[in-house]
Write a protein that binds this ligand. Sequence first.
Ligand SMILES: Cc1cc2nc3c(=O)[nH]c(=O)nc-3n(C[C@H](O)[C@H](O)[C@H](O)COP(=O)(O)OP(=O)(O)OC[C@H]3O[C@@H](n4cnc5c(N)ncnc54)[C@H](O)[C@@H]3O)c2cc1C
Length: 432
Amino acid sequence: MDAARSEGRHRVVIVGGGFGGLQAVTGLAGLPVDIALIDRRNYHLFQPLLYQVATASLATSEIAWPIRYLVRRRPEVTTMLATVVGVDATARRVLLDDGRALPYDTLVLATGARHAYFGHDEWEAFAPGLKTLEDATTVRRRLLLAFERAECESDPQERAALLTFVIIGAGPTGVELAGTIAELARSTLQPDFRHIDTRTARVVLIEAGPRVLAGFAEELSAYAQRSLERLGVEVELNQPVSECSPDGVVFGSRVLEARTIIWAAGVRASPAADWLGAPADRAGRLMVLPDLTVPGWPEIFAIGDTVTIADPDGKPVPGIAPAAKQQGRYVAGVIKSRLRGEATPPAFRYRHAGSLATIGKRLAVIDFGRIKLRGALAWWIWGFAHIYFLIGLRNRLSVILSWLWIHMRDQRSARLITQGRQSTDSGEAAPR
Ligand SMILES: Cc1cc2nc3c(=O)[nH]c(=O)nc-3n(C[C@H](O)[C@H](O)[C@H](O)COP(=O)(O)OP(=O)(O)OC[C@H]3O[C@@H](n4cnc5c(N)ncnc54)[C@H](O)[C@@H]3O)c2cc1C
C-alpha cells in the first residue's frame, strides 16, 4: 500500500496527531516530502482541558478539532484514520490493524500514553481515568448520574455513598478535578435538586505521596492543599490505595464507601517500544537517543509521552504538552537538515516554561522556577495561556464565553448525561 506519493519524494510517516505529531507536521512545512499522518482518532485533543469536559464545564467540541481540517492547507499531508499495531523496521513499513502496511523513509512515533493502574488493571472498571474524550464523558456521566440517583434514594447510607466522590492521585489533574467537583456540588447543582442537599457531598482526594502537586514548589503545594480544603475537599496524603471496587476504595486501613471513583494517577506509554523491541523504562516509555531516534534505527524517531529522555544535564524531560511540541519541532529540524545534507542539530534540549494547575474556578498556582504565583492572578494567567494554545478563534471565543458564564452565573453548559441513563461501560457500579 502506498499513500498518495509524488515520484521520488521522501516519505515521512507520522503516527499520532497529538501535540508532538502535529508539531512535527508543522515543522516539516515547505520541505519536498510526502507526509502520512496516522491517528486512530479523527481529532486532535487538547488534554489539559479534559477535566473541564469531565466536570460539565466545557463541551467536547470545544477542546478537540478534526485532524483532517487542521492540515487542510497542506496538500503534501495525507491524513489516515487507522490504528497502528506494529512496525516492520527492517522492511520500513508501518503495520495497521486492518492488515495494511504503509512504507516510509522516515518514521515519527508520537503515540502518547494512557493512565496505568500499577498492575491492577481490573480497577479501571470502577475507577476510570482521564485521557480521551470518551473517558471524559464517562466520568461526566458517572458524576451527574450519582447526583440523580442520590435524589431518588431513600436509604441514607446508600445516598451518602452516592454523594461521595473519590479522586485518586493529587497531581494537576487530580487537584483540578477535585476542586471543580467540589464547586459543582457546593454551588452549581445545589439549587436544582429538591430531595438532597448537594452541598453535603464529600469530595475525597487521595494521594500516595506526602503532598499534592508534587512537581511544584512546596509552598505552592501547601497553598493548593489549603485552597482545596477551603472548597470542602478532604485531602488524604501518604495513603496508597490498596483496592478499588464497585463499593468504594480501601486506603491505609480505611474503607470508604463511594459510588464514583476517578483515577488520576500513573501513566503507561503506548506500545511503541514493543513494536520495535527497543529498550523501555518501567512505564513502557521508549528510551530514545539524544537526537530522539530509536537505538539502531536512525530513520525512526519517537517523541512525546511515549518516550523517556533526560536533558544533557541529566534532568528527565517531563511528560507534558510543551515537551512533546518541542520534540516534534526538533525532529522536523533533524529531518530537514538530513534532507539538505547539513550537519545534524545538537542534541535535543528541553526548555521548561513553567508548571500550572487550577484550584476551582478562581485560583491557580504557577511555578515558573524563580517566580511563583498563586491565587486569582495565577488563575488569569492560566486562563490566558490555555485560551492562547487552543486552536481557532471560534473555540477560543466559545471557551471564554463558557468560563465567563461559570464565573458570573455558576452555570456549566455541558451538564448532559450521554450514553444512556444506565451504565453501558462494563465498569459502572450497578445502580442500587
Ligand atoms: C487529563 C490530562 C491533563 C493534562 N494536563 C496537562 C497540562 O495542563 N499541561 C501540559 O503541558 N500537559 C498536560 N497533559 C499532558 C499532555 O497532554 C501530554 O504530555 C501530551 O498530550 C503529549 O503529547 P503526545 O503527542 O506525546 O501524545 P498525545 O497528545 O497523547 O497524542 C498521541 C496521539 O497518538 C494517537 N495514537 C496512539 N496510539 C495510536 C496507534 N496505535 N495508532 C494510531 N494512533 C495512535 C492518539 O489517538 C493521539 O492522538 C495532560 C494530560 C492529561 C491526560
